[in-house]
Write a protein that binds this ligand. Structure first.
Ligand SMILES: Cc1cc2nc3c(=O)[nH]c(=O)nc-3n(C[C@H](O)[C@H](O)[C@H](O)COP(=O)(O)OP(=O)(O)OC[C@H]3O[C@@H](n4cnc5c(N)ncnc54)[C@H](O)[C@@H]3O)c2cc1C
Length: 316
């Protein structure tokens, strides 16, 4: 119920405008959003690197309606890539095709992605670009755009969501391509016609897909899986699976979101696993923030405590 309410609110443009133009909501959002400006975001990445973690920087924004806005998003990513290179931090980038103009046309999004990936590929070593997966309206087109750009560049990967029925087939195709795949459960509101309504089925699918992505066939094809979850049941299963099948620690990585289960992030690093943290930054933080609240309504209490704390400090 609450999940649905937050996901509905996440699509409200009016609330987005109100929230991102006032100061107080930002105090709440920054529990999950690393920064508003690239410099601060890079400082966060630097701290993560010092703690033994890699990062992927996400310049927040999605569902832009014009080619000009898509070009702005592209420019923000090109700047992020230059800054990653200049500062020498260990980070890739994550982006959404609707930020690069997918709602304008698939051709605009493809062209923008191609330019970002080509720019990232010119550095030595190349910087990795991850294409996030959005709602099921975009799944097929996102996979098509990804395939087109990956046919030309190797420094690009994709995300799949275990809640979608179709993902088993998508994963087989991605394994055949040897693509870099991030596996997550899925963060959007989807109808039962396309996604498992029951969390137990989503979790069971997650383990099945993780097993395929970590399997010998995928490894032989060059697949480097990213296990993106904060769910200890999923993580423990993966740990047991890789130990039982002799999968080396550098053949995959765990990924988590900035501000979520920092204890677990540090524990996995201490145990010798690769960990990458998704670091979102920018002014368009509203829908991302609402999806984080939807995942765990207890977070509302967390963020309210943050706001009260800031109010007591006089909003400094
Ligand atoms: C690196 C990364 C990238 C992602 N990229 C995408 C993407 O491209 N497309 C997409 O649809 N989704 C993406 N997601 C989100 C993902 O689909 C899930 O919505 C999210 O990770 C929550 O699911 P979970 O696997 O952590 O398990 P859940 O079963 O939702 O949660 C398990 C436990 O994790 C903790 N937890 C989970 N979420 C939160 C939270 N917000 N705050 C505090 N604790 C929490 C709680 O302890 C909870 O009990 C990404 C997630 C990660 C970690």
């Amino acid at each position: 119920m609450l999940r649905d309410a937050f996901l509905t609110l996440s699509q409200s443009k009016t609330l987005a405008r109100f929230m991102t133009s006032s100061r107080l909501p930002w105090y709440a959002a920054r529990r999950f959003v690393a920064a508003q400006a690239i410099d601060e975001a890079l400082a966060v990445v630097s701290d993560l690197n010092r703690a033994g973690m890699r990062a992927t920087l996400d310049h927040l924004g999605e569902n832009v309606a014009t080619e000009a806005e898509a070009a702005q998003a592209r420019a923000a990513y090109l700047e992020a890539l230059d800054r990653i290179h200049a500062t020498g931090v260990h980070s890739g980038i994550s982006l959404k095709l609707t930020a690069l103009g997918m709602d304008v046309s698939t051709a605009v999004a493809t062209d923008n992605l191609r330019r970002v990936v080509a720019h990232a590929g010119r550095f030595d070593p190349p910087i990795f670009v991850r294409v996030d997966m959005e709602s099921s309206d975009y799944t097929a087109r996102t996979l098509d755009v990804f395939a087109a750009v990956r046919a030309e560049h190797r420094n690009v990967g994709i995300v799949v969501q275990s809640y979608l029925y179709r993902t088993g087939d998508d994963v087989e195709r991605l394994i055949a391509q040897g693509a870099g795949v991030r596996l997550c459960k899925g963060a959007y509101r989807e109808p039962a016609s396309v996604a498992y309504p029951d969390k137990r089925d989503v979790d069971a699918a997650y383990l099945r897909l993780a097993g395929r992505l970590l399997g010998p066939e995928a490894r032989a094809a060059g697949v480097y899986p990213a296990i993106a979850t904060h769910d200890t049941a999923m993580i423990d299963w993966v740990k047991a699976h890789v130990a039982a099948h002799g999968v080396p620690r550098d053949a995959f990585e765990f990924q988590m979101l900035f501000g979520v289960r920092r204890d677990l992030q540090a524990a996995l690093v201490a145990e010798g696993y690769r960990m990458r943290v998704y670091v979102p930054y920018g002014l368009q933080w509203y829908p991302y923030f609402m999806r984080r609240l939807a995942e765990r309504p207890e977070n509302v209490a967390f963020v309210l405590r943050n706001v009260l704390h800031e109010l007591r400090r006089g909003g400094r």
